[in-house]
Write a protein that binds this ligand. Sequence first.
Ligand code: PGA
Length: 223
Amino acid sequence: MKDIFIVANWKANKTDEETVDWLKKFRELIISKNISLEHKKVVICPSYHLLPVAYDYIKKNNVGVDIGSQDISQFDKGAYTGEVPVSLILNYISFSIIGHSERRKYFKEDDEILQKKVSMALSSDKLPIYCVENSNMLIPEGVKIVAYEPVEAIGSGMPDDPRNADKIAFEIKRKSTDIHVLYGGSVDSSNVGRFTKIENIDGVLVGGASLDPLEFTKIVENS
Ligand code: PGA
């Protein structure tokens, strides 16, 4: 049985209180519905300011999920106003989403910047979850988890055809050994199983549908 990654990308949402509330509800639902997380790697990616809050709650209450950041600075610590280098959040994260299409679009992040971000993450033993929109995009060396996210599927309610996602995942896996490919774009509890049952797909990256703990728990359940 393969292990499935279920990654929640909360994007620019949630306060401290909402984060604790979400984690509390998620934990209660997993317990009350008796959902096994044995072959499921659940990763929550909140905004930077929520990392300590999420970390403390997860640790104190044994929530059984990992934490990732939604991005990482290309720089190490120093005079880079507004940046968050990996060395400052080392304790909180195990993963970092890098190269999300929103970062590429709104923050003009290109291959060169993204390669630096991947190097920063890897130098601190954090696993990049590297987003690409198709199988032709550059995947920096050392990346082991790739998220295939076609832009037209993101936030549109129109996920990719699972057969196409399978084909793209196959093409990505052909480029290098040991790559896990996740699918992202309008994943919800009703369609997640169509993606996770595919041989070449090792999990999902969930945006909008991860904001509600009940819906996200159903995604975990149905994956
Ligand atoms: P969505 O977002 O699930 O809201 O489509 C996915 C993503 O942007 O990672």
